[in-house]
Design a protein around this ligand. Structure first.
Ligand code: NAP
Ligand code: MG
Length: 503
């Protein structure tokens, strides 16, 4: 099938963008090279997408540098207006963006329509409103002096994101960066570039000046590495694996660029025996199975109080086994394929890892048998009871519809298990005991804690981790701090300073 036929078959009314977006124009890679992006439902090629190399990173940085003086000095409210217009355009293109996201990533269309697209619009709207509300301070210093701070944009920022939530993650990074007056070189993941390129098109339509955002899909090892190393990129913001995060820190050392890292997680989801079990069972299924478990904040360690474990698992397993797998473009689908075949194989391999260490497979652990899913990257919802919290499946991020069950007998044991990994991103607990809820909120080693809920995000609420889950925060005022530098300005208003060297 050619691109136009694929577009029509997917119900898309506007062109699928497949070139790099540099300096306000869609262009081929300097090398002419492309990479196919696949539909994970059947592994067919959707489009050949231009693959950025070092030369393209260079062009993108030059464009972002040229755009910086005007963009950074534009009235903040004007920058905000462009972001607000973008948010409106995203909403009017909801169906188009949702279909494209589902086609390229495997997100069920219901999720793309009701979560990915509205959250993306909501993020740009939030930061559009923020642009002229983030301000400096005046500081009470010694008599005769005025001291105030300016919040200045960092400059040209490099942003590198993974494939699990392309629409949302590009908005989390670009929203605050643009509101604060930075210009951007963004590299989406090589396997899911399509909605990022569409957003670039909508940004131009919203009136974003040429060169302010440059969208350059390509290989992490080439384009991503070039961004991390680039001497004229002032900051790199990265979401992805802990291993790549480490490489980015090393590469950033050349010009000591500012670094922000959102890395992996192994979220503890703790259910106490006084919890509302109906809510906890459904919430725990959402925590791990939404987006096929491909979420850094997934509740991937399900920790059950031993008194309720059997009852919980019986109902939880039945619920997991009833989740409807299918073509992401089908409105009835509740779980789509994983985003790539390579990743599906990695997730399935963890079933063997579990067995080798004495884990019991309570559900799933294999690809579904249905013939219409045979060519896709599907994995059944998988529940594994681990022998010990030290087992690999209880320590390593699987990043799939794969939940590791552990039991505990009291609070102290629950806390020790929950904090017993190198990660510290999302975490949560289900209980009706108010004091216990807040004790855990205080004591969990994590960037986020959800009480009687899981995986809530909002553009106003800080998002990020501790330990090997990275540093820095997205969203809210914290994100604006991350994308600005503070300058302290001293003015002698009427200070009488006796000469230090009286002559
Ligand atoms: P990944 O391999 O680290 O890739 C993430 C991005 O980095 C991709 O765009 C990738 O390019 C690029 N990259 C690879 N090598 C690079 C290098 N040497 N220099 C610069 N960039 C490079 O991660 P993934 O496996 O795709 O994504 C899943 C991971 O992301 C999980 O660990 C998950 O927990 C984490 N994650 C974290 C958060 C959070 O907010 N904390 C959110 C979502 C996901 P390619 O396109 O070539 O791969
Ligand atoms: Mg794809």
């Amino acid at each position: 099938m050619n691109l136009a036929a694929i577009q029509t078959a997917a119900g898309l009314n506007t062109p699928i963008r497949h070139q790099l977006f540099i300096d306000g124009r869609f262009v081929d890679a300097a090398s002419g090279q492309t990479l196919p992006t696949l539909n994970p439902h059947d592994n067919s090629v959707i489009a050949e997408v231009a693959m950025a190399g070092r030369e393209d990173v260079e062009r993108a940085v030059a464009a972002a540098e040229r755009a910086f003086p005007k963009w950074s000095r534009m009235a903040a409210a004007e920058r905000g207006r462009i972001l607000l217009k973008l948010a409106d355009l995203i909403e009017t293109h909801t169906e188009e963006l949702a279909r494209l996201e589902s086609l390229d990533t495997g997100h069920p269309i219901k999720d793309s329509r009701t979560l990915d697209v509205p959250r993306t619009a909501g993020c740009y709207r939030y930061f559009g409103g923020m642009a002229d509300k983030f301000q400096g301070e005046t500081i009470p210093v010694e008599a005769g002096f005025l001291n105030y701070t300016l919040r200045e944009p960092v400059g040209v920022v490099g942003q590198v994101v993974p494939w699990n939530f392309p629409l949302m993650f590009t908005s989390w990074k670009m929203g605050p960066a643009l509101a604060a007056g930075n210009t951007i070189v963004m590299k989406p993941a090589e396997i899911t570039p399509l909605t990022s390129l569409k957003i670039a098109e909508l940004m131009a339509e919203a009136g974003l000046p040429d060169g302010v955002v440059n969208m350059i899909p390509g290989l992490g090892s080439v384009a991503g590495q070039a961004i991390a190393e680039h001497p004229r990129i002032a900051k790199v913001a990265f979401t992805g694996s802990t291993a790549t995060g480490r490489r980015i820190v090393e590469a950033s050392a050349g010009n000591l660029k500012k670094v922000q890292l959102e890395l992996g997680g192994k979220g503890p989801n703790i259910v106490f025996d006084d919890a509302n079990l109906v809510a906890a069972i459904n919430g725990s299924a959402w925590a791990i199975f939404h987006n096929q478990g491909q979420a850094c904040i997934a509740g991937s360690r399900l920790m059950l109080h031993e008194r309720i474990a059997d009852e919980f698992l019986e109902k939880f397993t039945a619920l997991a086994q009833s989740i409807r797998l299918g073509n992401p473009l089908d409105a009835a689908t509740e779980m789509g394929p994983l985003t790539s075949a390579q990743h599906r194989d990695r997730v399935l391999a963890y079933t063997e890892v579990a067995r080798e260490q004495g884990g019991r497979i309570l559900a799933g652990g294999k690809a579904p048998a249905a013939a219409d899913l045979a060519r896709g990257c599907y994995v059944e919802p998988t529940i594994v009871q681990a022998g010990s919290w030290r087992d690999r499946v209880a320590q390593e991020e699987v990043f799939g519809p794969f939940v590791t069950v552990l039991t505990f007998k009291d609070e102290a044991e629950a806390l020790a298990i929950a904090n017993g990994t190198d990660y510290g991103l999302g975490s949560g607990l289900w209980t009706s005991n108010l004091q216990r809820a807040h004790r855990f909120a205080r004591d969990l080693h994590a960037g986020m804690v959800w009480i009687n809920s899981y995986k809530r995000v909002n553009p106003g609420s800080p998002f990020g981790g501790v330990g090997q889950s990275g540093y820095g925060r997205e969203m809210g005022f914290d994100a604006m701090r991350e994308y600005t530098q503070v300058k302290s300005v001293w003015v002698n208003v009427d200070a009488q300073i006796p000469p230090w060297y009286p002559r």
